[in-house]
Ligand binder design. Structure first.
Ligand code: ZN
Length: 289
């Protein structure tokens, strides 16, 4: 099942995508399901089952082309991101693979959806990079969860693009500013539920800029898999329904290329994960001072 947050005539809604249609879950169930995904996820497996059973009909079914998709979770409680989690990415950067996961954060205010614009002030950064990632969306409160049970806590997956201002990331001595600029966390196009992705470590990953493929790898290159990441993270802090884990990027990022490639005003970047869809965003430089 594919779940998407969209705006239509009735404002912000939660829908199930089926082919070229989207079913407004609150509308079609007469309000049994909420219109907002965090509330939906908090209702757990029961709400998932109701959503699976709805069928397209005259009421509450829209053409996908007529709605605007937002990030599947437009306002996650938090976004936890993992650095240096791909063997091929460590090699290209000349890094030793980490012995434990490298964790940082992207603020929820950086989240945007498919088709939205990545924006930055050229007086703040001139080294904006792309990073295609498998993004995990949590479905349950998770605290000290062992790896063997961790996937039971996952609602599903989406495509993430961990946009990074490399000059701020490495100039600050701390990554959070360079990773958290407004619009720097595109997510989408939808949440694909866990049951459709039996192995999250066997998915193709690609990133294209203006149609040129710059990243082309697979989640099999991940150093710490999704269950190990959830165990490691939840030993330290609680994950909530709707929290997002950005699981790291493979090789091919702009900062490690020779010559280096950075996103420019007018570029179009498409991140793609096999089975999850494509996430396309245009880039705009805007001087704010
Ligand atoms: Zn990343």
């Amino acid at each position: 099942m594919k779940l998407a947050t969209f705006t239509g005539a009735n404002g912000l809604r939660l829908g199930r995508v089926q082919g070229d249609q989207i079913i407004d879950l609150a509308e079609v169930t007469g309000g049994r399901l909420p219109a907002e995904i965090l509330t939906f996820l908090q209702q757990g497996e029961e709400a998932m089952e109701i959503a699976r059973e709805v069928v397209p009909g005259d009421i509450g079914t829209l053409a996908l082309s007529e709605v605007t998709l937002l990030a599947p979770v437009p306002a996650p409680p938090k976004v936890v991101a993992i650095g240096l989690n791909y063997m091929d990415h460590c090699r290209e950067g000349g890094h030793e693979p980490p012995e434990t996961p490298v964790i940082f954060t992207k603020f929820p205010t950086s989240v945007i959806g498919p088709g939205a614009t990545v924006r930055w002030d050229p007086e703040l950064t001139q080294k904006v990079d792309y990073e295609v990632e498998l993004a995990v969306i949590m479905g349950r409160v998770a605290r000290r969860v062992p790896a063997a049970e961790a996937l039971d806590y996952v609602a599903g997956y989406t495509v993430g693009n961990d946009i990074s201002a490399r000059d701020l990331q490495f100039g600050d001595g701390q990554w959070v500013r360079g990773k958290s600029l407004d619009t720097f966390c595109p997510l989408g196009p939808w949440l694909v539920t866990r049951d459709e992705i039996p192995d999250p470590h066997d998915l193709a990953l690609r990133c294209q800029v203006n149609g040129t493929v710059l990243q082309d790898s697979t989640t099999a290159e991940m150093i710490f898999g999704v269950p190990e990441l959830i165990e490691f993270i939840t030993r330290a802090f609680t994950l909530l329904p709707g929290d997002v884990i950005m699981t790291g990027t493979p090789h091919g990022v702009g900062v490690s290329r020779s010559p280096q490639v950075f996103l420019q005003d007018g570029d179009v970047v498409t991140a793609e994960v096999g089975g999850l869809g494509q996430l396309t965003n245009a880039c705009v430089e805007e001087c704010l001072s």
